[in-house]
Design a protein around this ligand. Structure first.
Ligand code: FAD
Ligand code: FES
Length: 266
């Protein structure tokens, strides 16, 4: 159940020129309820911007404290926009009104043994949450991480150390020179499931790669996150719909995670 609450900034640490990790103190129940792939609607800057902004949960933790428990949520914030800048420039103790956790989150099948995770851009935040959750259940995890350049990749120590990390950069400055989807064919027979958080162009390429597979193994199921600009985050304004094989669905309430097969992509 989503809750409305005031979160307080614990710290905001720049990790790249355009990325800051913001740790928020939240009610313990909120941290306990968060599922990888879920997000928060976060109101920043009073009336500018007027609408709250959606942010994925990168890490949720609970810790004992005198008289009870407290929770924290880490967000990876891309700066450059008004809301993102306001959040990244916050000081310890600053309050932010929040609604969340929202959306469905990724589903992890209890029988899964191997998972291929694909992250591009700020998709790395929920994919870190998913990797940590899967690793804690004993799942072997390979993460394919895509970025324009080496300079825009999160530092490796911020990624789960038990996961195998494979990098692709568009300019070839680190790892594979090209798209993450170029690497997927190597894992179709290895993985039980594919999880992705990436732009829709990546999903189109991923679907092509999977359709081109001619081996004996069944194609693994793919759960893919969609994004749309959001106003309410609760399925009320219908401003965030996407087309699926079973009609229009809201990204905020029906998603943001959908089976790749169900998405009607441009
Ligand atoms: C479910 C979901 C989870 C998200 N998780 C994260 C996250 O973990 N970290 C993060 O940095 N961002 C995340 N985003 C995107 C983030 O919400 C937008 O970048 C944000 O709304 C921009 O707000 P702003 O005020 O900083 O920028 P604005 O001044 O409003 O806009 C700055 C730029 O961001 C673009 N933008 C606006 N909305 C989106 C959007 N939904 N997706 C992509 N670009 C957008 C605008 O076109 C503009 O170019 C998420 C979006 C969704 C829908
Ligand atoms: S943001 Fe209002 S319905 Fe999704």
């Amino acid at each position: 159940m989503p809750q409305q609450f005031i979160a307080r900034v614990v710290h905001a640490d720049p990790v790249l020129p355009a990325n800051t990790i913001v740790r928020l103190a939240v009610p313990a129940g909120v941290a306990a309820a968060a599922v990888p792939g879920q997000f928060l609607m976060l109101q920043s800057g009073g009336r500018d911007p007027l609408l709250p902004r959606p942010y994925s949960i990168m890490r949720a933790t609970r810790a004992a404290r005198e008289g009870g428990e407290e929770g924290t949520l880490d967000l990876l914030v891309f700066t450059g926009g008004r809301g993102g800048n306001h959040l990244a420039e916050a000081r310890a103790g600053d309050p932010f009104p929040i609604l969340g956790p929202l959306g469905n989150g990724y589903a992890i099948d209890g029988r899964m043994r191997r998972a291929l995770l694909i992250a591009v851009g700020h998709g790395i935040a929920p994919i870190i949450a998913l990797a940590e959750s899967a690793l804690a259940r004993g799942v072997e995890v390979v993460m394919l991480v895509g970025a324009p350049t080496a300079a825009s990749l999160l530092p490796l120590p911020l990624l789960p150390e038990e996961a195998e990390i494979i990098v692709a950069t568009a300019d070839g400055s680190r790892g594979h020179h090209g798209a993450v989807t170029d690497l997927v064919a190597n894992y179709i027979e290895w993985t039980d499931a594919i999880y992705a958080y990436a732009p829709e162009t990546t999903y189109v390429a991923l679907r092509e790669t999977l359709r081109g597979y001619r081996g004996a193994r069944a194609i693994p199921p793919v759960q893919a996150a969609m994004e749309r600009s959001m106003a309410c985050g609760m399925g009320v304004c219908l401003g965030c719909v996407v087309e699926t094989t079973s009609g229009l669905k809201t990204v905020c309430r029906d998603g943001p995670i959908f089976p790749l097969d169900a998405l009607v992509l441009g």
